[in-house]
Design a protein around this ligand. Structure first.
Ligand code: SAH
Length: 267
């Protein structure tokens, strides 16, 4: 198998599947549409497949790369092509708010390591107020879950918690052959845009997280059983939700409404 990885050996534990299909790379960057002056960070630049195109639009950008060898190559790869700020760090505990000043917003892009995509999205959501948008290549199954509607098999904790904070746009399906080495799964590109004006008013976000986690912990249970330790029948009645339903049919708005009702006991 001839893998043109410029002498680099792809490391499985870092989820390294490098994009090599120029057509797909161009389409992803087109969807992202970087504009000079914007504050952009790429997570996991690898050998720079996306970075190269991004830098052709931007004179300056940030990258966060965990692999020391790859991080060390990047300055040489992009010498003389604008200012690339390289952060050799784990994106899972990187403080993204340090990349923008007060009042500025960050745009995030990445062909993410699939093994850490869910915890990474939850980490990035903690910066949602400082983020303009995020464009990610993920396992297609994860994109389906992010964009899922209530009442479908894909709808769960991930979809509810992300949709609570962001608008989710399913952008592009990408086959395994676009990568080197090809992953075993189908991929897709998704755009997450944090709400500037939230459609929901939640009085207690940690409690929302608890309610949603409990509701989906055993998906086949009714809300009455799944939320036994959190909610009484009167709570469901107060917000007009049938406790005999399963959590998977509740909209984000209904989860928020139920949480606000339960929050009255907490105070
Ligand atoms: N963007 C490149 C590489 C994608 S592969 C391309 O599309 O070709 C995923 C990249 O994420 C690799 O470079 C890998 O080293 C990096 N990576 C893996 N885990 C990471 C982490 N926790 N934080 C930051 N980067 C990580």
């Amino acid at each position: 198998m001839s893998l043109d990885l410029q002498g680099h050996t792809a490391r499985k534990r870092f989820g390294q599947n490098f994009l090599h299909d120029e057509n797909i790379i161009r389409r992803i960057v087109q969807c992202f549409a970087p504009v000079p002056g914007q504050h952009v960070v790429e997570i996991g630049p690898g050998l720079g497949a996306l970075t190269r195109h991004l830098l052709s639009f931007l004179s300056e950008m940030h990258v966060v790369e965990l692999d020391r060898d790859l991080a060390a190559r990047l300055p040489h790869t992009f010498a003389g092509q604008g200012t690339l700020h390289i952060h050799q760090a784990d994106a899972l505990d990187f403080d993204f708010s340090t990349l923008v000043k007060d009042g500025e917003k960050l745009r995030i892009i990445g062909n993410l390591p699939y093994n850490i995509s869910t915890p990474l999205i939850f980490h990035l959501l903690t910066f949602a107020g400082r983020v303009e948008d995020m464009c990610f290549m993920l396992q297609k199954e994860v994109v389906d879950r992010l964009a899922a509607e209530p009442g479908t098999a894909d709808y769960g904790r991930l979809g509810v918690m992300v949709q609570y904070r962001c608008r989710v746009d399913w952008l592009l399906a990408v086959p395994p052959g676009a990568f080197n080495p090809p992953p075993k799964v189908q991929s897709a590109v998704v755009k997450l845009t944090p709400h500037t004006v939230s459609p929901y008013t939640c009085d207690n976000e940690p409690l929302l997280g608890q309610v949603v986690a409990a509701a989906f912990n055993q998906r086949r249970k009714t809300l009455r059983n799944a939320l036994k330790s959190l909610a009484a029948d009167e709570d469901f009645a107060a917000v007009g939700i049938d406790p005999g339903l399963r959590g998977e049919v509740l909209s984000v708005e209904q989860f928020v409404r139920l949480t606000n009702q339960l929050n009255r006991h907490v105070q």
